[in-house]
Design a protein around this ligand. Structure first.
Ligand code: 9D3
Length: 262
């Protein structure tokens, strides 16, 4: 996949391209990255990329001409690419949107700075706008890295069998169970016995039970919008019964109304 980034801070991407899975994907030829400096598409002596907003107001706006030229240059290099503007007004990135982006042969990420980008560039040259969540960043660069990271690990061949994208908890719609490695006891806490048992079926069942339990407690909305199979429904029934049992036993601890004690 071809990935182009348009930014006024191209150096911010050096570390991103140079580490971990992203670096491996590039080395394997699965990702062809390029970073274009929007400033190099200006034609004035001071290479200005921003200007004051018409109508007044605080902050500056990204000038349309250098950005439009940069987009044209990127489109020229990557035929058929989709242009994605990183923006707080965009649709929120999810595993599902990452999967959609991963299907294209090329993506051009545009990183805004200042208060925003001239609206006419967005109307004419941007295919979609993407946010990474409801908090304020100083620009689109980190957001573009987040989006590209999520996309790159979905590309065929990027992850080995041992850590295939199909194993990722979010592609399954559930949170993950806890993970454990040596030593068997750390700061007084033991690794759950079943993980040492060698009983692969029991281990798989335990993991599924913990995964559903974690999701129920921390992100119940994930369970609400997901179809549950027979086995998953049964495990949730068991969690529910465990809770009911605890609550029923509470009657045994109820303060005696005549004892005078709370
Ligand atoms: C004062 C109004 N702000 C809009 C919420 C202005 C503003 C804040 C931050 C304009 C641009 C930015 C820079 N942010 C991004 O470019 C950005 C972003 C973000 O701030 N949060 C989540 N996702 C993204 S994607 C790009």
């Amino acid at each position: 996949m071809h990935l182009a980034v348009l930014t006024i801070f191209p150096n911010m991407f050096d570390l991103f391209w140079d580490h971990g899975i992203v670096r491996r994907a590039i080395a394997a030829g699965l990702v062809q990255p390029e970073t274009l400096d929007i400033r190099s598409f200006t034609d004035d002596r001071h290479q200005v990329t921003d200007d004051r907003p018409y109508g007044g107001g605080c902050g500056m706006v990204m000038k349309p001409e250098p950005l439009a030229s940069a987009i044209a240059a990127a489109r020229e290099r990557i035929q058929g690419a989709v242009t994605v503007l990183m923006s707080p007004q965009g649709v929120k990135l999810s595993q599902q949107t990452a999967e959609g982006l991963a299907r294209h042969r090329g993506l051009i990420f545009i990183c805004g700075r200042y208060e925003g980008v001239d609206a006419r560039v967005i109307q004419r040259h941007v295919d979609c706008e993407l946010s990474i969540g409801d908090y304020v960043l100083s620009g689109g660069e980190l957001a573009a890295m987040v989006a590209m990271d999520a996309v790159i690990r979905l590309l065929p061949g990027v992850l080995g069998g041992a850590q295939s994208a199909a194993c990722d908890s979010f592609s399954d719609g559930l949170l993950e169970h806890g993970h454990y490695t040596r030593p068997r006891e750390f700061e007084g806490r033991k690794v759950p016995e079943v993980l040492l048992s060698g009983d692969h079926q029991a281990i798989a069942r335990w993991r599924q039970r913990m995964s559903l339990g974690e999701t129920l407690l921390r992100r119940p909305e994930l369970l609400e919008r997901r179809a549950l199979d027979e086995r998953e429904r049964q495990i949730l029934q068991e969690w529910s019964q465990a809770l009911e049992r605890i609550l029923r036993h509470q009657s045994a601890h109820r303060p005696d109304p005549l004892s005078g004690r709370q």
